[in-house]
Ligand binder design. Structure first.
Ligand SMILES: [Zn+2]
Length: 500
Protein backbone atom coordinates (compact mmCIF):
# COMPACT_ATOMS: atom_id res chain seq x y z
CA UNK A 1 0.00 0.00 0.00
CA UNK A 2 1.50 3.40 -0.92
CA UNK A 3 2.37 5.52 2.08
CA UNK A 4 0.57 8.86 2.55
CA UNK A 5 2.16 12.09 1.39
CA UNK A 6 4.52 13.53 3.98
CA UNK A 7 6.49 16.74 4.32
CA UNK A 8 9.81 16.47 6.13
CA UNK A 9 10.46 19.96 7.37
CA UNK A 10 13.31 21.70 9.21
CA UNK A 11 16.23 19.35 8.57
CA UNK A 12 19.65 19.98 7.13
CA UNK A 13 19.39 17.91 3.96
CA UNK A 14 22.17 16.41 1.82
CA UNK A 15 20.95 17.26 -1.69
CA UNK A 16 22.26 15.24 -4.65
CA UNK A 17 25.07 13.83 -2.50
CA UNK A 18 26.89 17.10 -3.06
CA UNK A 19 25.66 19.89 -0.76
CA UNK A 20 23.66 20.46 2.40
CA UNK A 21 20.63 22.72 2.25
CA UNK A 22 17.85 23.67 4.63
CA UNK A 23 14.98 22.41 2.49
CA UNK A 24 11.75 20.48 3.07
CA UNK A 25 11.29 17.08 1.43
CA UNK A 26 7.87 16.24 0.02
CA UNK A 27 7.43 12.47 -0.08
CA UNK A 28 4.64 10.77 -2.02
CA UNK A 29 4.17 7.11 -3.04
CA UNK A 30 7.51 6.20 -1.52
CA UNK A 31 9.51 8.68 -3.60
CA UNK A 32 10.75 12.22 -3.20
CA UNK A 33 8.19 14.33 -4.99
CA UNK A 34 9.93 17.66 -4.49
CA UNK A 35 12.52 19.57 -2.49
CA UNK A 36 10.88 22.75 -1.30
CA UNK A 37 12.17 26.04 0.07
CA UNK A 38 9.78 27.30 2.68
CA UNK A 39 6.67 25.68 4.15
CA UNK A 40 5.29 23.52 1.33
CA UNK A 41 1.69 22.30 0.97
CA UNK A 42 -0.63 22.44 3.96
CA UNK A 43 -2.67 19.29 3.30
CA UNK A 44 -0.01 16.69 4.10
CA UNK A 45 1.37 15.07 7.24
CA UNK A 46 4.31 17.11 8.51
CA UNK A 47 7.37 15.47 10.03
CA UNK A 48 9.44 17.80 12.15
CA UNK A 49 13.11 17.23 11.31
CA UNK A 50 14.48 20.24 13.21
CA UNK A 51 17.84 19.35 14.70
CA UNK A 52 18.28 16.49 12.25
CA UNK A 53 20.80 15.96 9.46
CA UNK A 54 18.98 14.09 6.67
CA UNK A 55 20.96 11.86 4.33
CA UNK A 56 20.05 9.01 1.95
CA UNK A 57 19.97 5.47 3.36
CA UNK A 58 23.19 3.51 3.03
CA UNK A 59 23.15 0.57 0.63
CA UNK A 60 25.02 -2.58 1.54
CA UNK A 61 26.48 -3.92 -1.70
CA UNK A 62 27.46 -7.30 -0.30
CA UNK A 63 26.37 -9.31 2.71
CA UNK A 64 25.22 -12.78 3.74
CA UNK A 65 22.18 -12.97 5.96
CA UNK A 66 23.12 -16.45 7.19
CA UNK A 67 26.09 -14.81 8.94
CA UNK A 68 23.93 -13.28 11.67
CA UNK A 69 23.27 -16.63 13.35
CA UNK A 70 26.99 -17.41 13.02
CA UNK A 71 28.16 -14.38 15.00
CA UNK A 72 31.19 -15.09 17.15
CA UNK A 73 31.74 -18.41 15.40
CA UNK A 74 34.75 -17.43 13.31
CA UNK A 75 38.08 -18.25 14.99
CA UNK A 76 40.37 -15.33 15.69
CA UNK A 77 43.04 -16.69 13.34
CA UNK A 78 40.70 -17.65 10.46
CA UNK A 79 41.75 -16.87 6.91
CA UNK A 80 39.26 -16.92 4.05
CA UNK A 81 40.17 -20.48 3.11
CA UNK A 82 40.03 -21.91 6.64
CA UNK A 83 36.72 -20.10 7.12
CA UNK A 84 35.35 -21.64 3.92
CA UNK A 85 36.63 -25.08 4.88
CA UNK A 86 34.69 -24.75 8.15
CA UNK A 87 31.47 -23.42 6.61
CA UNK A 88 29.57 -26.59 7.49
CA UNK A 89 30.29 -26.05 11.18
CA UNK A 90 28.72 -22.58 11.00
CA UNK A 91 25.89 -23.10 8.52
CA UNK A 92 25.02 -26.78 8.72
CA UNK A 93 21.80 -28.30 10.05
CA UNK A 94 19.76 -25.16 9.55
CA UNK A 95 16.02 -25.33 8.98
CA UNK A 96 14.07 -22.93 6.78
CA UNK A 97 13.00 -21.11 9.96
CA UNK A 98 16.67 -20.55 10.81
CA UNK A 99 17.26 -18.93 7.41
CA UNK A 100 14.43 -16.50 7.96
CA UNK A 101 15.50 -15.83 11.55
CA UNK A 102 19.08 -15.12 10.48
CA UNK A 103 17.89 -12.74 7.74
CA UNK A 104 15.66 -10.93 10.25
CA UNK A 105 18.56 -10.57 12.68
CA UNK A 106 20.71 -9.24 9.88
CA UNK A 107 17.97 -6.81 8.79
CA UNK A 108 17.58 -5.48 12.33
CA UNK A 109 21.25 -4.67 12.56
CA UNK A 110 21.34 -3.08 9.12
CA UNK A 111 18.34 -0.86 9.92
CA UNK A 112 19.79 0.10 13.30
CA UNK A 113 22.99 1.16 11.56
CA UNK A 114 21.42 3.12 8.73
CA UNK A 115 21.25 0.61 5.91
CA UNK A 116 18.07 0.58 3.84
CA UNK A 117 18.96 -1.90 1.07
CA UNK A 118 21.31 -4.85 0.64
CA UNK A 119 22.64 -7.47 -1.76
CA UNK A 120 22.31 -10.74 0.18
CA UNK A 121 24.11 -13.90 -0.91
CA UNK A 122 22.39 -16.35 1.37
CA UNK A 123 23.52 -19.95 1.68
CA UNK A 124 21.53 -23.07 2.50
CA UNK A 125 23.46 -26.32 2.92
CA UNK A 126 23.83 -28.71 1.24
CA UNK A 127 21.84 -26.97 -1.52
CA UNK A 128 19.22 -24.23 -1.80
CA UNK A 129 15.50 -24.88 -1.60
CA UNK A 130 12.65 -22.78 -2.93
CA UNK A 131 11.31 -22.53 0.62
CA UNK A 132 14.68 -21.39 1.96
CA UNK A 133 15.17 -18.70 -0.68
CA UNK A 134 11.62 -17.49 -0.16
CA UNK A 135 12.08 -17.42 3.63
CA UNK A 136 14.91 -14.93 3.22
CA UNK A 137 12.86 -12.83 0.78
CA UNK A 138 9.95 -12.77 3.22
CA UNK A 139 12.26 -11.69 6.03
CA UNK A 140 13.31 -8.57 4.12
CA UNK A 141 9.75 -7.94 2.99
CA UNK A 142 8.60 -8.03 6.60
CA UNK A 143 11.47 -5.80 7.69
CA UNK A 144 10.52 -3.25 5.02
CA UNK A 145 14.00 -3.24 3.49
CA UNK A 146 15.02 -3.29 -0.13
CA UNK A 147 17.06 -6.36 -1.01
CA UNK A 148 18.42 -8.51 -3.78
CA UNK A 149 18.13 -12.07 -2.46
CA UNK A 150 20.63 -14.22 -4.32
CA UNK A 151 21.09 -17.86 -3.30
CA UNK A 152 24.82 -18.51 -2.94
CA UNK A 153 25.50 -21.66 -4.89
CA UNK A 154 28.39 -23.86 -6.02
CA UNK A 155 29.01 -27.32 -7.43
CA UNK A 156 32.49 -27.89 -5.96
CA UNK A 157 33.64 -28.09 -2.35
CA UNK A 158 36.72 -26.09 -1.42
CA UNK A 159 38.70 -29.32 -1.59
CA UNK A 160 37.66 -29.75 -5.20
CA UNK A 161 38.04 -26.06 -5.95
CA UNK A 162 41.69 -25.63 -5.00
CA UNK A 163 43.97 -27.88 -7.09
CA UNK A 164 46.20 -29.97 -4.82
CA UNK A 165 44.45 -29.21 -1.54
CA UNK A 166 43.03 -32.69 -1.05
CA UNK A 167 46.49 -34.21 -1.44
CA UNK A 168 47.70 -32.17 1.52
CA UNK A 169 45.48 -34.13 3.93
CA UNK A 170 46.46 -37.40 5.64
CA UNK A 171 44.77 -40.45 4.02
CA UNK A 172 41.90 -40.92 6.48
CA UNK A 173 40.87 -37.24 6.38
CA UNK A 174 41.36 -37.15 2.61
CA UNK A 175 38.94 -40.03 2.12
CA UNK A 176 36.28 -38.37 4.28
CA UNK A 177 36.67 -35.01 2.53
CA UNK A 178 36.80 -36.54 -0.95
CA UNK A 179 33.48 -38.23 -0.26
CA UNK A 180 31.73 -34.88 0.19
CA UNK A 181 30.09 -33.73 -3.02
CA UNK A 182 27.84 -30.84 -3.93
CA UNK A 183 24.60 -31.61 -5.76
CA UNK A 184 24.68 -31.45 -9.58
CA UNK A 185 24.47 -27.83 -10.74
CA UNK A 186 21.53 -28.55 -13.02
CA UNK A 187 19.42 -29.42 -9.96
CA UNK A 188 20.63 -26.39 -8.02
CA UNK A 189 19.91 -24.00 -10.87
CA UNK A 190 16.47 -25.51 -11.49
CA UNK A 191 15.61 -24.77 -7.85
CA UNK A 192 16.82 -21.17 -8.22
CA UNK A 193 14.79 -20.71 -11.41
CA UNK A 194 11.70 -22.16 -9.71
CA UNK A 195 12.17 -19.79 -6.77
CA UNK A 196 12.26 -16.86 -9.19
CA UNK A 197 9.14 -18.02 -11.04
CA UNK A 198 7.17 -18.34 -7.81
CA UNK A 199 8.60 -15.24 -6.09
CA UNK A 200 6.59 -14.75 -2.90
CA UNK A 201 6.72 -10.98 -2.38
CA UNK A 202 6.34 -7.85 -4.55
CA UNK A 203 9.46 -7.36 -6.66
CA UNK A 204 9.53 -3.59 -6.34
CA UNK A 205 11.42 -3.83 -3.06
CA UNK A 206 12.72 -7.41 -2.66
CA UNK A 207 13.83 -9.11 -5.83
CA UNK A 208 15.68 -12.31 -6.70
CA UNK A 209 19.30 -12.53 -7.80
CA UNK A 210 21.82 -15.28 -8.42
CA UNK A 211 25.05 -15.85 -6.51
CA UNK A 212 27.60 -18.32 -7.90
CA UNK A 213 29.71 -18.32 -4.74
CA UNK A 214 33.28 -18.20 -6.04
CA UNK A 215 34.33 -18.89 -9.65
CA UNK A 216 36.69 -21.71 -8.60
CA UNK A 217 33.88 -23.35 -6.66
CA UNK A 218 31.69 -23.47 -9.77
CA UNK A 219 32.30 -25.47 -12.94
CA UNK A 220 32.46 -23.52 -16.18
CA UNK A 221 29.14 -24.92 -17.42
CA UNK A 222 27.55 -23.86 -14.14
CA UNK A 223 28.91 -20.32 -14.42
CA UNK A 224 27.67 -20.02 -18.01
CA UNK A 225 24.24 -21.26 -16.94
CA UNK A 226 24.09 -18.77 -14.05
CA UNK A 227 24.83 -15.92 -16.47
CA UNK A 228 22.18 -17.24 -18.87
CA UNK A 229 19.59 -17.45 -16.09
CA UNK A 230 20.45 -13.89 -15.04
CA UNK A 231 19.90 -12.72 -18.62
CA UNK A 232 16.68 -14.68 -19.09
CA UNK A 233 15.09 -13.55 -15.82
CA UNK A 234 16.64 -10.08 -15.55
CA UNK A 235 18.56 -10.96 -12.37
CA UNK A 236 21.59 -9.38 -10.77
CA UNK A 237 24.52 -11.78 -10.48
CA UNK A 238 27.20 -11.51 -7.83
CA UNK A 239 30.23 -13.66 -7.10
CA UNK A 240 33.27 -13.40 -4.80
CA UNK A 241 36.03 -12.19 -7.09
CA UNK A 242 39.74 -12.32 -6.21
CA UNK A 243 39.01 -12.07 -2.52
CA UNK A 244 42.26 -13.81 -1.53
CA UNK A 245 45.66 -14.35 -3.04
CA UNK A 246 44.99 -18.09 -2.96
CA UNK A 247 42.12 -17.61 -5.41
CA UNK A 248 44.34 -15.97 -8.00
CA UNK A 249 47.01 -18.64 -7.50
CA UNK A 250 44.43 -21.39 -7.99
CA UNK A 251 43.01 -19.59 -11.05
CA UNK A 252 46.45 -19.61 -12.69
CA UNK A 253 46.69 -23.34 -12.04
CA UNK A 254 43.18 -24.25 -13.09
CA UNK A 255 42.53 -21.78 -15.90
CA UNK A 256 46.00 -20.62 -16.89
CA UNK A 257 44.77 -17.05 -16.60
CA UNK A 258 43.29 -14.60 -14.10
CA UNK A 259 39.89 -15.05 -12.50
CA UNK A 260 38.48 -12.04 -14.32
CA UNK A 261 39.83 -13.08 -17.74
CA UNK A 262 38.29 -16.50 -17.21
CA UNK A 263 34.89 -15.05 -16.29
CA UNK A 264 35.12 -12.84 -19.36
CA UNK A 265 35.81 -15.82 -21.60
CA UNK A 266 32.75 -17.58 -20.16
CA UNK A 267 30.51 -14.57 -20.78
CA UNK A 268 29.83 -13.92 -17.09
CA UNK A 269 31.04 -10.31 -17.05
CA UNK A 270 28.26 -7.84 -17.78
CA UNK A 271 26.48 -4.77 -16.50
CA UNK A 272 24.21 -7.02 -14.40
CA UNK A 273 27.20 -8.74 -12.75
CA UNK A 274 29.37 -7.69 -9.85
CA UNK A 275 32.26 -9.08 -7.89
CA UNK A 276 32.60 -8.83 -4.13
CA UNK A 277 35.98 -7.89 -2.62
CA UNK A 278 38.33 -7.63 -5.63
CA UNK A 279 41.34 -7.49 -3.32
CA UNK A 280 43.72 -9.23 -5.70
CA UNK A 281 42.73 -7.65 -9.02
CA UNK A 282 45.31 -6.40 -11.51
CA UNK A 283 45.02 -3.35 -13.74
CA UNK A 284 44.41 -5.66 -16.72
CA UNK A 285 41.48 -7.20 -14.87
CA UNK A 286 40.19 -3.76 -13.90
CA UNK A 287 40.05 -2.82 -17.58
CA UNK A 288 38.07 -5.98 -18.37
CA UNK A 289 35.62 -5.19 -15.58
CA UNK A 290 35.20 -1.59 -16.68
CA UNK A 291 34.74 -2.48 -20.35
CA UNK A 292 32.01 -5.01 -19.50
CA UNK A 293 30.24 -2.80 -16.92
CA UNK A 294 30.90 -5.31 -14.12
CA UNK A 295 30.99 -3.63 -10.71
CA UNK A 296 33.06 -4.35 -7.62
CA UNK A 297 31.93 -4.13 -4.00
CA UNK A 298 34.58 -3.14 -1.48
CA UNK A 299 34.29 -5.01 1.85
CA UNK A 300 37.10 -3.54 3.90
CA UNK A 301 36.22 -4.88 7.35
CA UNK A 302 35.90 -8.51 6.30
CA UNK A 303 39.13 -8.26 4.29
CA UNK A 304 40.93 -6.97 7.35
CA UNK A 305 39.41 -9.55 9.69
CA UNK A 306 40.48 -12.48 7.49
CA UNK A 307 43.82 -10.93 6.55
CA UNK A 308 42.86 -11.00 2.87
CA UNK A 309 44.42 -7.62 2.11
CA UNK A 310 43.07 -4.28 0.95
CA UNK A 311 41.27 -3.80 -2.34
CA UNK A 312 42.88 -1.41 -4.86
CA UNK A 313 39.92 0.93 -4.83
CA UNK A 314 41.68 3.94 -6.35
CA UNK A 315 43.08 1.85 -9.18
CA UNK A 316 39.63 0.34 -9.86
CA UNK A 317 37.94 3.74 -9.79
CA UNK A 318 40.54 5.24 -12.13
CA UNK A 319 39.97 2.32 -14.53
CA UNK A 320 36.27 3.18 -14.61
CA UNK A 321 34.92 0.25 -12.58
CA UNK A 322 31.59 0.94 -10.88
CA UNK A 323 32.15 0.64 -7.12
CA UNK A 324 29.97 -0.06 -4.11
CA UNK A 325 30.68 -0.75 -0.47
CA UNK A 326 29.50 -3.66 1.66
CA UNK A 327 29.86 -5.10 5.12
CA UNK A 328 30.07 -8.79 4.19
CA UNK A 329 28.51 -11.16 6.74
CA UNK A 330 28.18 -10.77 10.49
CA UNK A 331 30.39 -13.84 10.90
CA UNK A 332 33.48 -12.66 8.99
CA UNK A 333 33.11 -8.95 9.68
CA UNK A 334 31.37 -9.29 13.05
CA UNK A 335 28.64 -6.81 12.20
CA UNK A 336 26.58 -5.02 9.59
CA UNK A 337 27.73 -1.46 10.07
CA UNK A 338 27.73 0.41 6.77
CA UNK A 339 28.97 3.62 8.45
CA UNK A 340 32.02 1.68 9.55
CA UNK A 341 32.50 0.12 6.10
CA UNK A 342 32.23 3.55 4.49
CA UNK A 343 34.77 5.06 6.88
CA UNK A 344 37.21 2.21 6.22
CA UNK A 345 36.64 2.68 2.50
CA UNK A 346 37.94 6.22 2.85
CA UNK A 347 40.68 5.69 5.41
CA UNK A 348 42.29 2.46 4.19
CA UNK A 349 43.13 4.13 0.88
CA UNK A 350 45.50 6.35 2.85
CA UNK A 351 47.53 3.32 3.94
CA UNK A 352 47.96 2.36 0.28
CA UNK A 353 49.17 5.63 -1.18
CA UNK A 354 51.32 8.42 0.17
CA UNK A 355 49.89 11.03 -2.19
CA UNK A 356 46.56 12.52 -1.03
CA UNK A 357 45.31 12.77 -4.61
CA UNK A 358 45.14 8.97 -4.65
CA UNK A 359 43.07 8.73 -1.48
CA UNK A 360 39.34 8.05 -1.36
CA UNK A 361 37.70 11.26 -0.19
CA UNK A 362 34.64 11.60 2.03
CA UNK A 363 32.29 12.45 -0.84
CA UNK A 364 33.60 9.59 -2.99
CA UNK A 365 33.21 7.08 -0.14
CA UNK A 366 29.70 8.34 0.61
CA UNK A 367 28.65 7.97 -3.02
CA UNK A 368 30.03 4.43 -3.15
CA UNK A 369 28.06 3.51 -0.02
CA UNK A 370 24.82 4.94 -1.42
CA UNK A 371 24.21 5.33 -5.13
CA UNK A 372 27.26 3.21 -6.04
CA UNK A 373 26.00 0.17 -4.18
CA UNK A 374 22.45 0.86 -5.40
CA UNK A 375 23.66 0.56 -9.01
CA UNK A 376 25.25 -2.80 -8.11
CA UNK A 377 21.82 -3.89 -6.80
CA UNK A 378 20.20 -2.65 -10.02
CA UNK A 379 17.95 -0.24 -8.13
CA UNK A 380 16.38 2.64 -9.99
CA UNK A 381 17.02 6.10 -8.48
CA UNK A 382 18.05 4.93 -5.03
CA UNK A 383 20.83 6.49 -2.97
CA UNK A 384 20.36 10.22 -3.38
CA UNK A 385 18.02 12.88 -2.10
CA UNK A 386 16.68 14.33 -5.31
CA UNK A 387 13.32 14.73 -6.97
CA UNK A 388 12.08 11.37 -8.24
CA UNK A 389 14.48 9.34 -6.11
CA UNK A 390 13.44 6.84 -3.43
CA UNK A 391 12.44 8.24 -0.06
CA UNK A 392 15.00 6.11 1.80
CA UNK A 393 16.26 8.51 4.43
CA UNK A 394 18.38 8.59 7.57
CA UNK A 395 17.88 11.19 10.28
CA UNK A 396 20.98 11.97 12.35
CA UNK A 397 20.90 13.93 15.61
CA UNK A 398 22.76 17.18 14.89
CA UNK A 399 23.29 17.67 18.63
CA UNK A 400 25.17 14.38 19.00
CA UNK A 401 28.88 14.75 19.80
CA UNK A 402 29.95 13.79 16.27
CA UNK A 403 28.45 17.05 15.01
CA UNK A 404 29.37 19.50 17.76
CA UNK A 405 30.73 21.78 16.47
CA UNK A 406 29.58 21.31 12.91
CA UNK A 407 31.97 22.47 10.20
CA UNK A 408 32.13 19.98 7.34
CA UNK A 409 29.00 17.89 7.65
CA UNK A 410 29.74 15.18 5.10
CA UNK A 411 33.30 14.78 6.34
CA UNK A 412 32.02 14.45 9.92
CA UNK A 413 29.50 11.81 8.82
CA UNK A 414 32.03 9.71 6.87
CA UNK A 415 34.89 9.98 9.35
CA UNK A 416 33.02 10.02 12.67
CA UNK A 417 29.58 8.45 12.38
CA UNK A 418 29.06 4.86 13.52
CA UNK A 419 25.30 4.85 13.84
CA UNK A 420 25.25 6.33 17.35
CA UNK A 421 23.61 9.56 16.14
CA UNK A 422 21.02 7.75 14.05
CA UNK A 423 17.51 8.50 15.33
CA UNK A 424 15.11 7.57 12.54
CA UNK A 425 15.24 5.47 9.38
CA UNK A 426 12.69 5.78 6.57
CA UNK A 427 12.34 3.38 3.65
CA UNK A 428 10.04 4.21 0.73
CA UNK A 429 8.44 6.97 2.77
CA UNK A 430 7.70 4.91 5.89
CA UNK A 431 9.60 4.88 9.16
CA UNK A 432 11.19 1.54 10.06
CA UNK A 433 13.22 2.91 13.02
CA UNK A 434 11.84 5.50 15.41
CA UNK A 435 12.06 6.25 19.12
CA UNK A 436 14.84 3.71 19.48
CA UNK A 437 12.74 0.84 18.13
CA UNK A 438 12.75 -1.11 14.90
CA UNK A 439 9.07 -0.85 13.99
CA UNK A 440 8.87 -3.74 11.56
CA UNK A 441 10.30 -6.60 13.65
CA UNK A 442 9.95 -7.79 17.24
CA UNK A 443 13.54 -7.58 18.43
CA UNK A 444 12.89 -9.13 21.84
CA UNK A 445 11.30 -12.21 20.32
CA UNK A 446 14.05 -12.40 17.69
CA UNK A 447 16.74 -12.39 20.37
CA UNK A 448 15.10 -15.25 22.23
CA UNK A 449 14.68 -17.29 19.07
CA UNK A 450 18.31 -16.59 18.10
CA UNK A 451 19.69 -17.83 21.43
CA UNK A 452 17.59 -20.99 21.25
CA UNK A 453 18.57 -21.68 17.64
CA UNK A 454 22.27 -21.09 18.36
CA UNK A 455 22.24 -23.64 21.21
CA UNK A 456 20.63 -26.25 18.97
CA UNK A 457 22.91 -25.53 16.00
CA UNK A 458 26.11 -25.52 18.06
CA UNK A 459 25.21 -28.94 19.49
CA UNK A 460 24.26 -30.33 16.06
CA UNK A 461 27.46 -28.98 14.47
CA UNK A 462 29.90 -29.86 17.27
CA UNK A 463 31.50 -32.72 15.36
CA UNK A 464 31.78 -30.61 12.21
CA UNK A 465 33.49 -27.93 14.31
CA UNK A 466 36.13 -30.41 15.48
CA UNK A 467 36.74 -31.50 11.89
CA UNK A 468 36.97 -27.89 10.75
CA UNK A 469 39.50 -27.00 13.43
CA UNK A 470 41.66 -29.98 12.49
CA UNK A 471 41.36 -29.18 8.76
CA UNK A 472 42.19 -25.50 9.28
CA UNK A 473 45.79 -26.29 10.19
CA UNK A 474 46.29 -28.20 6.94
CA UNK A 475 44.39 -25.71 4.78
CA UNK A 476 46.45 -22.81 6.15
CA UNK A 477 49.72 -24.64 5.54
CA UNK A 478 48.66 -25.60 2.00
CA UNK A 479 47.68 -22.03 1.10
CA UNK A 480 50.91 -20.62 2.53
CA UNK A 481 52.94 -22.99 0.37
CA UNK A 482 50.82 -22.46 -2.74
CA UNK A 483 51.07 -18.67 -2.52
CA UNK A 484 54.80 -18.56 -1.85
CA UNK A 485 55.72 -17.88 -5.47
CA UNK A 486 52.85 -15.54 -6.32
CA UNK A 487 54.02 -11.97 -5.88
CA UNK A 488 51.79 -9.67 -3.88
CA UNK A 489 50.21 -6.89 -5.92
CA UNK A 490 51.89 -3.52 -5.55
CA UNK A 491 48.86 -2.09 -3.75
CA UNK A 492 49.29 -4.62 -0.93
CA UNK A 493 52.54 -2.84 0.07
CA UNK A 494 54.30 -6.05 1.03
CA UNK A 495 51.89 -6.93 3.81
CA UNK A 496 51.03 -10.21 2.14
CA UNK A 497 54.38 -11.52 1.06
CA UNK A 498 55.17 -15.23 0.89
CA UNK A 499 55.91 -15.43 4.60
CA UNK A 500 52.21 -14.90 5.26
ZN1 LIG B 1 30.95 -12.53 1.02
Amino acid sequence: MPSPARLIRGGLVLVGNTRFESVSILVRDGRIKALIDGDGPADVEVIDAAGRIVIPGLVNGHTHSHGALGRGGVPDDATLETFLAGAGALNGNRHVDDLRLSAELSAVEMIRKGCTACFDLSVELPSPSVEGIHAVAMAYHGAGMRAVVAPMISDRTIHQALPGLLDAFPPEMRAALAAIAMPPWTETLAICADAVQRWPVPMDRVRPGIGPAIPLHCSDDFLRACAALADDCDLRLQTHLAESRMQQVAARRRYGTSLTAHLGALGVLSARASGAHGVWLSETEARLLAASGTGIVHNPMSNLRLGSGTAPVRMLADAGVGLGIGTDASNTSDGQNMFEAMRLGATLSRAQAAAPEHWIGATEAFRMATEGSARILGLDRVGRIEEGWAADLLFLDADYCHYVPLRDTLSQIVFAENGAALREVMIAGDFVLKDGRVLTLDETALAERARTAARRLDAANAQARQMADAAAVIVRSFCRGACADFPPASHQRGSHGPEN
